[in-house]
Design a protein around this ligand. Structure first.
Ligand code: F6P
Length: 341
């Protein structure tokens, strides 16, 4: 068999571990040929690809980023890829395509699959917001980075009796804020799923200081919004990929808290630090298992599906199901987190 693989959308620690695993299982396990398209779907459309053998993937297990490059793509070009799906498969002589990506990539994968290309998807995102899978690789790394940052910020916040507002990634789902906030012992967590009240944060900080505590850390997801009338905050513009350009909730909230509390507040925007560097052991293992199972699915002809983690098992889930709704943080998880502030 000849299998194509690509990585698309925002990068994520563990992508290289999937590529390595696909090549090992396909080339060594089944005697397949693997080609890697460069820069996501652009490589597929523009004919930029290279052969991947075990030498090409040697030493990349622990490397962040993706050796294939990644890119977001405008919807119009994705439709162009879908319209030419069967022709593209013929052009490259591929029997299957394994696209590794988040919601946008898996939606494109579904379009290609519906249009006749044999596709097995692999979900990735640090945001952990893909339905049908308990976890995506990259998430554990992002939570580990954000937790370490909160731990570090606590000591400097205490020395200076400050409020620290840590902004983490999480566009529509607050999983990183929830879990790093819990693991780091943040005193407030603001998620995109529920608009937050600034008054409640002010009360919480005042209450801590009245008990003799001299600092507070608030973990806020980049996609969190204040409740209406709670604080002025403009929604950002939409970019060419349909994503909101965030107006910087961390900065805005720190300014507002400093003003209302009369205490120093500092924003810390973790940004792409959460997405770069080496994947954790957990993410390397999950990514490796996803790659292995994707190749097995190709050999079974199990197309139109993606790999998914359910409990400890890797199963196949329909792409159609995975991309219909994002997996957001449910009420009960927020309730648990709040009970330990
Ligand atoms: O979807 C993953 C993600 O890391 C989001 O959390 C974040 O909003 C976005 O990507 C950032 O994208 P970009 O790399 O285009 O700035």
């Amino acid at each position: 068999m000849r299998i194509g693989v690509l990585t698309a959308g925002g990068d994520c620690p563990g992508l290289n571990a999937v590529i390595r695993s696909v090549v090992h299982r396909a080339a060594v396990g089944h005697g397949d040929e693997v080609i890697g398209f460069e820069d996501g779907f652009k490589g597929l459309l523009d004919g930029h690809y290279r052969p991947l053998d075990i030498n090409a993937v040697s030493g990349i297990l622990a490397r962040g980023g993706t050796i294939l490059g990644s890119a977001r793509m405008e919807r119009a070009r994705l439709h162009e890829a879908a319209e030419n799906a069967a022709e593209l498969a013929r052009r490259y002589g591929i029997d299957a395509l394994i696209p590794i990506g988040g919601e946008g990539t898996l939606t494109a994968a579904r379009m290609l699959s519906d249009a006749g290309m044999p596709v097995v998807g692999v979900p990735k995102t640090i945001d952990n917001d893909i339905s049908s899978t308990d976890r995506t690789f990259g998430f554990d790394t992002a939570v580990t980075v954000a937790t370490e940052a909160i731990d570090r910020l606590k000591t400097t916040a205490e020395s200076h009796q400050r409020v620290m507002v840590v902004e983490v990634m999480g566009r529509h789902a607050g999983w990183i804020a929830l879990e790093s906030g819990m693991a780091g012992g943040a005193h407030g967590i603001c998620l995109p799923e529920r608009h937050f009240e600034v008054d409640a944060l002010v009360k919480m900080v005042e209450e801590r200081f009245s008990r003799g505590k001299k600092f507070a850390v608030i973990c806020v997801a980049e996609g969190a919004h204040p409740a209406a009338g709670s604080m002025p905050y403009e929604k950002g513009a939409i970019d060419q990929y349909g994503h909101e350009r965030f107006a910087g909730i961390g900065n805005r909230l720190a300014i507002e808290l400093e003003h209302r509390l009369g205490k120093e507040a500092r924003p810390v925007i973790l940004g792409h630090v959460q997405r770069g560097g080496v994947p954790t052991a957990y993410d390397r293992v999950l990514a490796t298992r996803f790659g292995w199972h994707a190749v097995e699915a190709v050999h079974r002809g199990d197309f139109g599906n993606m790999t998914a983690l359910r409990g400890t098992q890797i199963v196949m889930a329909p792409l159609a199901e995975a991309v219909t709704a994002l997996k957001t943080v449910p009420e009960d998880r927020m309730f648990e987190a709040e009970s330990v502030f």
